[in-house]
Design a protein around this ligand. Structure first.
Ligand SMILES: *Cc1c(COP(=O)(O)O)cnc(C)c1O
Length: 352
């Protein structure tokens, strides 16, 4: 080994879902929203003052934090924004998880958590979900250096109630508890309702799924002002200008158009409810979904085989070759038309 290689930080990186070059594929593999961003976003882009790009953006990102704070009835100092929730979560790991004790997250969950923990050299443990893929609250009663889990969980799609989250908070008052609400708008109750009661609770959301803006990279955290200040102190120690002029301008418009937001959410929820019925009719079992995807297993045909054959046919879904979930497919809810292409293809397994 060359001498300088000894000092390289070694990490096993996260593997994002495939972004195919071919635009004709039916893309149901990365939980993007099949509908366009709100019309106001397009208008703001058309009216965007390109000359403003000469200047650095507002480091406090206040146009966007203020809009989010107003929308959720919070103070501006209770909101932190970042470059997608991945950036916000990474920043939160760096800010809050500095104990010698292990942080806790489920064995089956967003696979980026273990990557950040390794990157930042944070010890961690992964309590197992039960046989129905539910979180077991007692597993989070032991001493730890912090807790994070998504609600609804990914890739299982299953949500817990606020009573569950409150129980975890009651048993963990000395560490920061993070709820990753990437999919909360599609079902489930936001833990935002608890941030005034529990000052160690941080709730993280994203524009990537429910607000159709994965390509813009906007995420945010909500919590007690001291948590938000700690996040900002770390941010200003790392990169003061995380949010571009364009993210600030377009993100704001997405939040202001609440009617469009609710309308597209409802369309996705309706398509999801229909998908569960159609897939069950085709021989699948779906876990109870509160998100914009379903986690489905076929009664007889192996998931990996279906995944490969779908891919050949230009229909992309997600498959995780991991213990306990290697016979499941994670299928993003697309438009009714896209879903119809999927159902038609799956007819071929009906006789199996
Ligand atoms: C999609 C996702 C994220 C990251 O989303 P961003 O695009 O970075 O905002 C975070 N957590 C979970 C559970 C997700 O599924």
């Amino acid at each position: 080994m060359r001498e300088w290689e000894k000092n390289i930080r070694k990490v096993e990186p996260y593997t994002p879902g495939e972004q195919p070059k071919n635009k004709n594929v039916v893309k149901l593999n990365t939980n993007e929203n099949p509908y366009s961003p709100a019309p106001g976003v397009k208008k703001a882009l058309e009216n965007f003052d390109v000359d403003s790009l000469r200047l650095y953006p507002d480091p406090s990102a206040s146009a966007l934090t203020k809009t989010l704070a107003d929308y959720y009835n919070l103070d501006e100092n209770q909101v932190f924004v970042g470059v997608g929730s991945d950036d916000v979560i990474a920043m939160a790991f760096l800010t809050f998880f500095n104990s010698e004790k292990p942080i806790l997250f489920p064995d089956i969950t967003y696979s980026f958590y273990s990557v950040w923990a390794s990157l930042f050299q944070i010890p961690y443990e992964r309590p197992a979900l039960d046989e129905n893929f539910n979180l077991v609250k007692e597993d989070y009663y032991k001493e730890n250096g912090g807790i994070i889990f998504p609600n609804p969980n990914a890739p299982t799609s299953i949500a817990v109630g606020l009573d569950f989250i409150e129980d975890i908070l009651i048993h963990n008052q000395d560490v920061v508890v993070i709820v990753d609400e990437a999919y909360i708008d599609f079902g489930g109750q936001s833990a935002r309702a608890l941030i005034d009661k529990y000052e160690n609770l941080l709730v993280i959301q994203t524009f990537s799924k429910s607000r159709s803006m994965a390509g813009m990279r906007i995420g945010y955290a909500m919590g007690n002002k001291d948590l938000i200040k700690a996040l900002n102190d770390v941010k200003y120690s790392y990169n003061s200008y995380t949010m571009s002029q364009l993210s600030l301008a377009l993100g704001k418009e997405a939040v202001l158009d609440d009617e469009y937001f609710k309308e597209t959410l409802q369309k996705i929820i309706t398509t999801r409810e229909n998908a569960v019925k159609r897939l069950e009719d085709l021989g699948f079992t779906c876990l109870p979904s509160s998100s914009n995807f379903v986690f489905a297993t076929h009664k007889t045909v192996p998931a990996k085989k279906i995944f490969n054959e779908l891919r050949e046919a230009g229909i992309f879904v997600r498959y995780f070759d991991a213990p306990r979930i290697d016979n499941y497919l994670r299928i993003t809810i697309g438009t009714d038309k896209q879903m119809e292409v999927l159902y038609q293809f799956l007819e071929k397994y009906r006789g199996n």
